[in-house]
Ligand binder design. Structure first.
Ligand code: AMP
Ligand code: MN
Ligand code: MN
Length: 314
C-alpha cells in the first residue's frame, strides 16, 4: 500500500485471455489511482473482449502496442499467478519484474518485487475493493467494475467461494448503484449463433471416464474455423461439462492457435485441480485451474492430461 502511495505514473496489467476479474481488477485499480490524481492506465494483451465493453470506460484498458514507449514509475500485475500469464504485455516490463503483484491464486509464484496474494479472497477485485475502501469514495462507475470481477469469479454467486463476505460486499456495491443485471446480461447473454454451433460440436465430443467421475470435451482449431469462431466463444463451455450428474472433474481442451492447447480444469467438491495444472506448468484455484500446452493438437493434449486427472480421482 505504501509502495502504491508513492507511485505517480502507474501501469496496471491483467492476464491475457482476460476474464471478468482480470478486467474488473485492472479497470478498478486504474480508476482508484486516477481518483487520487495519479496518472494510470491499464493494459491487457488481447484487449477487452467486446461483450464487456459496455460495462467500463474505453480509456481504462489498452493493448500493449497502444502504450509502447510510455514511461511508468510503477507497474502492477493483477489476477495473474505468473509472468507468462501477462502474454504480450510482458514486453512492457522490458525484462524486469512488476513492482507489485496483487492476486488470489494459491499457485501464485511471487513474481513481483512486492507480492500480495490472498488465496482466501474469492476474486482479485475484492482485494481491489478493499484498497478502494481505504483510499477513495466508491462511486457507481467503480462499484460496477468491481462487481463485474466479483460476480464472474464466483460464477454469479454460485461457487463455493461465495461466502457471506462476498455477498456483503456485493450488497454494498449494488447499494452504490452497480447493476448485477447489466453484468449478467453482458457476460451471459451475448452469445453468437456461431458460438452455439461451436457448443453443439463441443458437446458431441464429451467423453466420460473414471466411472463417470471425469468428463472432458474439446474444441479443435478445425472446429473453430468451421464455425467461424474464436477461442473467446468457448468461454464457459467447461461449465456445461462440469454440470453433468456424478462428474467430479471436468476438462475442456481448446486448440488456439494451432499448436497450442489451453486446458480448463474444474472440480466440484474434493479434487484439487490446481495441483494438476501446476504439474502441467499452469495454475489456478482448487476448483478452477488452467494451463497451456504446446502440443500438435487436442488429441495429444487429451492423451497427456486425462491419465493425470484419472489418477487424481483415485
Ligand atoms: P480458465 O480455465 O481459463 O477459465 O482458468 C481457470 C483458472 O485457472 C483461472 O483462475 C485462471 O487464472 C487460471 N489459469 C488459466 N490458465 C492458466 C495458465 N496458463 N497458467 C496459470 N493459471 C491459469
Ligand atoms: Mn482471472
Ligand atoms: Mn480471479
Amino acid at each position: 500500500m505504501d509502495r502504491l502511495g508513492s507511485a505517480q505514473r502507474v501501469l496496471v496489467i491483467g492476464h491475457a485471455s482476460p476474464d471478468g476479474d482480470a478486467i474488473g481488477s485492472v479497470a478498478g485499480l486504474v480508476l482508484i489511482l486516477r481518483k487520487q490524481g495519479k496518472k494510470a492506465v491499464g493494459c491487457i494483451a488481447d484487449g477487452v473482449p467486446w461483450f464487456y465493453r459496455s460495462l467500463l470506460g474505453e480509456d481504462l484498458i489498452r493493448t500493449p502496442d497502444q502504450i509502447e514507449g510510455a514511461v511508468f514509475d510503477t507497474v502492477v500485475a493483477v489476477d495473474s499467478s505468473d509472468l507468462a500469464r501477462l502474454g504480450d504485455a510482458q514486453a512492457l516490463l522490458r525484462g524486469g519484474a512488476p513492482d507489485i503483484v496483487l492476486d488470489h491464486h494459491r499457485t501464485n509464484r511471487g513474481f513481483g518485487r512486492l507480492n500480495y496474494c490472498d488465496p482466501d479472497s474469492p476474486a482479485t477485485a475484492l482485494i481491489v475493493y478493499e484498497i478502494a475502501q481505504a483510499l477513495v469514495p466508491v462511486d457507481v462507475e467503480l462499484a460496477q467494475i468491481l462487481l463485474l470481477g466479483i460476480a464472474t469469479d464466483t460464477g454469479f454467486f454460485k461457487y463455493g467461494n461465495s461466502d457471506h463476505r462476498v455477498l456483503e460486499v456485493a450488497t454494498e456495491l449494488v447499494k452504490r448503484g452497480a447493476s448485477l443485471q447489466r453484468i449478467a446480461s453482458a457476460v451471459l447473454e451475448n452469445k453468437t449463433p456461431n458460438g452455439l454451433k461451436l457448443l453443439a460440436k463441443m458437446l458431441d465430443t464429451v467423453t466420460l471416464a473414471a466411472d463417470g467421475k471425469l468428463a472432458y470435451g474439446w474444441v479443435s482449431a478445425a472446429m473453430l474455423s468451421e464455425t467461424g469462431c474464436t477461442q473467446q466463444e468457448a468461454e464457459g463451455f467447461v461449465g456445461e461439462v462440469r454440470a453433468l450428474h456424478g462428474v467430479e472433474v471436468a476438462l475442456l481442451f481448446v486448440e488456439s492457435p494451432p499448436g497450442e492447447v489451453h486446458v480448463s480444469l474444474r472440480s466440484k467438491s474434493h479434487v484439487d485441480v490446481s495441483e494438476i495444472a501446476v504439474e502441467l506448468g499452469g495454475g489456478g484455484h482448487p476448483r478452477a485451474a488452467g494451463c497451456l500446452l504446446k502440443v500438435p493438437g487436442v488429441r495429444e493434449a487429451v492423451q497427456e492430461v486425462v491419465p493425470i486427472a484419472i489418477r487424481a480421482l483415485q
